[in-house]
Write a protein that binds this ligand. Sequence first.
Ligand code: PRP
Ligand code: URA
Length: 209
Amino acid sequence: MKNVFVMDHPLIQHKLTLLRDKNTGSKEFRELVKELAMLMGYEVTRNLSLKEIEIETPVCKTKSKVIAGRKLGIVPILRAGLGMVDGMLSLIPAAKVGHVGLYRDPETLEPVEYYCKLPVDVQERELIVVDPMLATGGSAVAAIQFIKDKGAKSIKFMCIIAAPEGLEVVRKAHPDVEIYVASVDEKLNDHAYIIPGLGDAGDRLFGTK
Ligand code: PRP
Ligand code: URA
């Protein structure tokens, strides 16, 4: 599927299995989401541009590479996206963090926005929007649109589990956005939960059910 990158690294798949297990409690769930974000972040940042600088080792002068180009921003979709921020920051400590608050109305399944705060120089940054779940795609489409409306030009979306239906919706609405995912699951059920999925990511992260 164009613009969709499925990360099938064994470590990612192993941790994802533990995450799905209903017997995994909140503490372990949080640790796994953080670790998965770090492993996935490694792939998402694979194409960052580099430049050579001159340094001096204890032995001699040499040229060596450092990250160049646009600065990065991480944008979690509240709440569950928060669980992925620390893992990303451990890879890219200088990244700025913006927040988009959305929840899915349980009746209409439409995303409702309640918060949006982004770095002031958002138009100059490469943004990575993070949320563990992409179900109908409504939240991702709305979050990406809010961010574009604030001037962002370079956006990637990273989620742990996606439903095929939702992936298609995001791809159609935002064909310029690359999507990185650890698993494309089977389908959505009648309540728009991902099958097999992992249940409600926000509730499992924060122990609210
Ligand atoms: C979950 C999840 C996504 C959204 C995905 O959040 O973290 O943001 O659902 O569903 P969609 O693709 O159908 O829009 P939720 O609305 O449960 O809010 P929460 O993170 O605050 O629990
Ligand atoms: N949000 C979740 O947290 N889980 C799903 O399966 C669908 C939406």
